[in-house]
Design a protein around this ligand. Structure first.
Ligand code: ATP
Ligand code: MG
Length: 288
């Protein structure tokens, strides 16, 4: 087998230049399932694109993916073909409405997949090829802290934790951050509160989580914003069309758009190291 690590080293030498496009990895996750990660990820990706940033939306809910369903764009190839080394990264990238590039997670093979070290290494080296091709790689993970999800969190420059105001969702979000911290992993968490009744509820929820994380985990979690509880989300899911296309002015679309603006504003201030060396170090965490 060709030495993937050697191939990555080669890439660093050939593609590290100051004016190359830098690629940042963002992971969207949650403690509890069904809190709105996939809808948020899709519309957040579109909001970033609308603001001039190219995004590859990556359905990292391995074997249970549904980004292609949300977009109403059946995917010929998906993550399965990449993990099994049947296809290259370029062959599994699909184009959705509005030119959004995405990789489908595939469905119905969660129990079948046992990745060998070689497969994982191939996977990471294919992801590494994305450097300089897009501004953001956005991983939409499955619920809970699986081994795979932990890898996507470790590999991310920033991890957006989505919660709702429900106490079960809040405690699970906290538990997820605690587990990551207890395992000694470094993660830059950001908070999004989805399905808020009003801003007061959003603030109460975020104050609660941020205070507990500060006190017990010594973590300062910046708040990106709130998304209102909005019946348009379910309507868009049923129509298999992205919310922000179908209802660009509905409260949830506006909430997500505001979060994209806040995110871009914050990340300009923090200038995370996203050169190719940093990127490859992150990508390596997908298999090491
Ligand atoms: N802001 C919102 N307002 C109203 N309903 C919402 C909102 N966000 C999500 N939903 C509802 O929650 C459902 C689940 O959303 P979604 O599939 O995005 O969750 P998820 O966190 O990705 O789930 P999983 O953990 O299974 O991956 C949606 O189909 C929609 O009906
Ligand atoms: Mg999902």
């Amino acid at each position: 087998m060709r030495d993937q690590a050697e191939a990555l080293r080669h890439m660093v030498l050939s593609r590290d230049s100051d004016d190359a496009k830098q690629t940042r990895i963002l992971t969207v996750t949650s403690g509890k399932g069904g809190v709105g990660k996939s809808n948020f990820s899709l519309n957040f990706a579109l909001a970033l694109q609308k603001r001039g940033h190219s995004v590859l939306l990556f359905d990292a809910d391995i074997g249970m993916g549904n980004i292609d369903v949300l977009l109403g764009t059946p995917a010929a190839y998906n993550l399965f073909h990449l993990l099994k080394r049947d296809k290259s990264i370029w062959e599994i990238i699909q184009e959705g409405p509005g030119g959004l590039r995405f990789i489908a997670g595939g469905s119905g093979f969660k129990d079948l997949i046992r990745l060998s070290d070689e497969e994982l290494e191939y996977f990471a080296s294919e992801i590494a090829k994305l450097y300089g091709e897009v501004d953001y790689v956005l991983f939409d993970t499955g619920a809970g802290l699986s081994k795979e999800t932990l890898r996507f969190i470790e590999a991310a420059d920033e991890t957006i934790v989505v919660t709702t105001p429900e106490p079960t969702s809040i405690t699970d979000a906290y538990a997820l951050m605690k587990m990551v911290k207890t395992m000694g992993q470094e993660a830059e968490f950001r908070l999004v509160v989805n399905r808020v009744g009003d801003n007061r509820e959003g603030l109460q929820t975020s104050d609660n989580i941020r205070q507990v994380a500060r006190t017990y985990l010594s973590l300062e979690i910046p708040l990106l914003g709130f998304v209102p509880d909005d019946a348009h989300v379910s309507k868009a899911v049923k129509k298999q069309t992205a919310l922000s296309y179908l209802y660009p002015d509905c409260p949830a679309s506006k909430g997500i758009d505001g979060i994209a603006a806040e995110y871009l504003n914050e990340s300009r201030k923090t200038s995370v190291q996203t050169n190719i060396k940093g990127f490859l170090q992150r990508v390596r965490k997908l298999w090491s």
